[in-house]
Design a protein around this ligand. Sequence first.
Ligand code: GAR
Length: 188
Amino acid sequence: MKLAIFVSGSGSLLPGFFKVEKESSDFTIECVVANRQCGGVELAQAAGKEVLVVNQFDEQLLNYLADHMVDTICLAGFLQILPANFVKNFPGKIYNTHPALLPAFGGKGMYGAKVHQAVAEAGAQETGFTVHEVTENIDEGPIVFQKTVPILPTDDWKTIEINVKNIEKDFYPLVIKGLGEGKIMQTP
Ligand code: GAR
């Protein structure tokens, strides 16, 4: 697999990808793409990765990804909606992780802390994360993997966020690797 990881924020999921890359022969991170200067850019540069900061998801970016032979794109805290014209160039090959059990707590405006706050306010007893294919409809692409994280009555939204990220950072790259190997990972 030749991956491009797209980020907008702290890049908290990047180290997990770098770890799996180190341990695998057929899993390479060709570049990290960010739609703004952010912690993810610094983290990727510190790891020696090629980084591109862009806000146009157009022919030029498609050419850049083609030059780098990228075959799979992973959104990792990427907060811009990719245009349909871009998405159609990677059918079934763009994945996102969402920090809740879709279709619950998904859709427009639901990202990062907002998701965990909504989960806490709803008094949910469990949450988790969802890896899904990216289509032109936000958070609606086919689900490929979900993992549940229990919520204790004493957990506030910050605790929920920490617990979800803790699991998500290890599983997301492994799920992607499993997809590349043609294995459909099932939720244990
Ligand atoms: C992750 O928890 C991911 O599920 C979430 O952003 C976090 C990573 O970003 N993505 C979304 O909410 C997309 N709807 P970070 O590294 O900036 O914290």
